[in-house]
Design a protein around this ligand. Structure first.
Ligand code: P6P
Length: 336
C-alpha cells in the first residue's frame, strides 16, 4: 500500500468534510515550518545556533538563539497565506498582527516555537507546540488591528492542535478533533509520512513524570500522591512505579502518548502568585486536546484544563495529564 503523506491525509479529511481547505492549508504550512525548524535544530553547533541571545522573553526566560529563529520561521511561513487573523507565541509579548500587505483569514495560530529549549545545548529532544482557534466574528477585520481578546477562548474551542518533536526521529503529532495521528519525517522525501494511525493513551500506567526537586514546595494533594507512588507495592497503590523527567514537555508527553504515564507540573510555593509554570494557551491547551483525543485526561487538579476560560495570553496553569486512571486519582485528592 502506498504511503500516506500528511498532504494526502489532509486532502482526505477535506473530502470527508472534516477539514475546511483553509485549515488544511494552515496545517500544511505549519508542518513545512516545523521541517525547517528541524533542519536548524539538527545542525547544532555546526549551525552556529546554539546558546543564548542574551535577551529574555515575556516569561522572563532566557531566549535561546533557536527560540527566536523558530519563532521567526513560523511567523514568516504563516503571515502571507491569507488563512490567519493573527498569531500569538510564547516568544512575543503581544499578538502578531498580519501585515497589511497580506489578506487575513478566519483562524488564529498560537504556538510555543521551541519548547524545552533549555535542552538544546545538551542535545536532548525539543519540540514545537501549536494550537488553532477560529477567530470570533466580532474580531474579524481586514483593516483593523486584531484585539488580543480574540485569543482568550477555552481549549474546547480548538479546531486543531499538534506538536513536532525533534528527537531521534522528527515526528508531527496532530489532532483535528477526530483522534490523534502520528507522522514521521522522511528526510529523503521531505514529507511527513503517516506512521501512527490511531494513537491511544493506555488508561492505566506505572510511570510518572514530575520534577522531584520541587517536592518541598508542592501542595498537600500532590505530596500525598507522589508519596504513594514512591511507596509502590508497599503502599495504598499496591504496585511499583517508574519515574521519568526529561524537562521537555513535548518529549515527556510524547512518551506518555506512546506508552502511557502521568505528567505533572503542579503549582508550588516557589512563586505562590503563579498558578503553575506551564502556559495555558500554547502548552497546556494543545497538549490537553491531544491527550483527551487519545483517550487520556488533563486537569489542573480541580477542573478540566480545556474548560478553563483564559484571562490573559500568557496565563500559566498547573498541569496533570496522561493516563485517565491516575489523572482522576490525583484530581480526586485535590477535591477532598
Ligand atoms: P523544569 C521547558 O522549559 C518547560 O516549559 C517544559 O517543556 C518542561 O516540561 C518544563 O518547562 C521543565 O521545567 O522546572 O523541570 O526545568
Amino acid at each position: 500500500m502506498s504511503r500516506v503523506t500528511l498532504s494526502r491525509y489532509l486532502i482526505e479529511q477535506t473530502r470527508s468534510n472534516n477539514t475546511p481547505a483553509d485549515l488544511r492549508f494552515l496545517i500544511e504550512v505549519v508542518a513545512r515550518a516545523c521541517k525547517e525548524i528541524s533542519h536548524h535544530v539538527s545542525k547544532g553547533a555546526l549551525g552556529g545556533v546554539l546558546g543564548s541571545m542574551g535577551t529574555e522573553n515575556v516569561q522572563g526566560e532566557v531566549q535561546k538563539k533557536l527560540d527566536v529563529i523558530s519563532n521567526d520561521i513560523l511567523l514568516e511561513a504563516n503571515e502571507w497565506g491569507g488563512h490567519l487573523a493573527g498569531m500569538a507565541s510564547e516568544e512575543m509579548d503581544n499578538a502578531y498582527q498580519i501585515p497589511g500587505r497580506y489578506p487575513k483569514g478566519a483562524y488564529l495560530l498560537v504556538f510555543d516555537p521551541l519548547d524545552g529549549s533549555s535542552n538544546i545545548d545538551v542535545n536532548v529532544s525539543v519540540g514545537t507546540i501549536f494550537s488553532v482557534l477560529r477567530c470570533p466574528n466580532e474580531y474579524l477585520s481586514q483593516n483593523e488591528t486584531l484585539n488580543e481578546n480574540a485569543f482568550l477562548q477555552p481549549g474546547t474551542e480548538q479546531v486543531a492542535a499538534g506538536y513536532a518533536i525533534y528527537g531521534p526521529q522528527t515526528m508531527l503529532i496532530l489532532t483535528l478533533g477526530n483522534g490523534v495521528k502520528g507522522f514521521t519525517l522522511d528526510r529523503e522525501l521531505g514529507s511527513f509520512v503517516l506512521t501512527h494511525e490511531n494513537i491511544c493513551v493506555p488508561e492505566t500506567t506505572a510511570e510518572f513524570a514530575i520534577n522531584m526537586s520541587n517536592q518541598r514546595h508542592w501542595e498537600a494533594p500532590v505530596k500525598r500522591y507522589v508519596d504513594e507512588l514512591l511507596a509502590g507495592e508497599t503502599g495504598p497503590l499496591q504496585k511499583n512505579y517508574n519515574m521519568r523527567w526529561i524537562a521537555s514537555m513535548v518529549a515527556d508527553v510524547h512518551r506518555i502518548l506512546t506508552r502511557g504515564g502521568l505528567f505533572m507540573y503542579p503549582r508550588d510555593a516557589r512563586e505562590p502568585s503563579k498558578p503553575g509554570k506551564l502556559r495555558l494557551m500554547y502548552e497546556a491547551n494543545p497538549m490537553s486536546f491531544i491527550i483527551e483525543q487519545a483517550g487520556g485526561a488533563s486537569t489542573n487538579g480541580y477542573e478540566r484544563i480545556l474548560d478553563i476560560k483564559p484571562e490573559s495570553l500568557h496565563q500559566r496553569v498547573s498541569v496533570i495529564l496522561g493516563s485517565k486512571q491516575e489523572v482522576e486519582r490525583v484530581t480526586a485528592y485535590h477535591k477532598e
